[in-house]
Ligand binder design. Structure first.
Ligand code: NAD
Length: 260
């Protein structure tokens, strides 16, 4: 499968998993729109893709701001003529026991993960319908779309909700060839996870090595982290899978931590 002649917009593409998804799809021929809050880091990814012979632009986008999302998606269409793949990936993590969870933090997590997925879908799907070619929408879920962990009420609720959103988009989009799926990674050593290791060590009063061994990787089949490449290859596969045979699904990429 090739992504030649496809245009892909990835949110949160300036770092971690989103960055790797963008670079992988560019390698397979797609033109990339690197959408992120962080303009400087987004430009670095654009440069990397262009230097390797690919096509890419950056757009500054806060996925919780409807006007910014609409403008960013329009900028992509103006530049490359269409939008064929949306990877809704931007995300953060904030952990607290529920009795101490600041409501502001709860709202922030829900806004970035869930409102951001809704707003980017709403903006991009119109172009997918208008082109007559349909498209692929991929939500970055998590093992936490299927499992729960202590201290992560907002994150787990938001990631579970993405399954519901994807299923509705699959039903609405199916007749117009828009597929919607969720990719569910286990722990990947990105800045988002590096930050959690000392936080969890403190919260559970254990060492950082124990957080990794006894919490993060405890239920994997091999004690290994999932890599950004593992996740990006799965995203690129879904981006290039052209029929409705695979829609409304979630694919877990987690070294067996979760087998849903
Ligand atoms: P990361 O911190 O490396 O990258 C996240 C990116 O999102 C950053 O570039 C940041 O600037 C951007 N971002 C944050 N808020 C934004 C906003 N409002 N609008 C636009 N961009 C915004 O994180 P990551 O680990 O690569 O995570 C990416 C996604 O993968 C998240 O949805 C996360 O929940 C999910 N995920 C991560 C892991 C993991 O172990 N790292 C596991 C499962 C799922």
């Amino acid at each position: 499968m090739s992504l030649k002649d496809k245009v892909a917009l990835v949110t949160g593409a300036a770092s971690g998993i989103g960055r790797e998804c963008a670079i992988t799809m560019a390698r397979q021929g797609a033109a990339l729109v690197i959408a992120d809050l962080n303009k400087e880091a987004a430009e670095v990814v654009v440069k990397e893709i262009v230097q390797a012979g690919g096509r890419a632009i950056s757009v500054v986008m806060d996925v919780t701001n409807e006007a910014a999302v609409t403008a960013g998606v329009q900028a992509a269409v103006d530049k490359f003529g269409s939008i064929d793949v949306l990877v809704s990936n931007a995300g953060i993590q904030i952990v607290h026991p529920i009795e101490d969870f600041p409501y502001e933090d709860w709202k922030k997590i829900i806004a970035i993960h869930l409102d951001g997925s809704f707003l980017t879908t709403k903006a991009a799907i119109k172009h997918m319908y208008d082109s007559g070619r349909g498209g692929a929408i991929i939500y970055m879920g998590s093992v936490h779309s299927h499992e729960a962990s202590k201290l992560k009420s907002a994150y787990v609720a938001a990631k579970h909700a993405l399954l519901g959103l994807a299923r509705v988009v699959a039903k609405e989009g199916g007749p117009r060839r828009v597929r919607a799926n969720v990719v569910c990674p286990g722990f990947v050593r990105t800045p988002l996870v590096e930050k959690q290791i000392p936080e969890q060590a403190k919260a559970f009063n254990i060492s950082e090595a124990d957080v990794i061994k006894n919490i993060m990787l405890k239920d994997t089949v091999d004690g290994e982290f999932t890599t950004t490449a593992d996740v990006a290859n799965t995203v690129a596969f879904l981006a290039g899978f052209e029929t409705n045979a695979l829609t409304g699904q979630s694919i877990t990429v987690s070294h067996g931590w979760s087998m849903h």
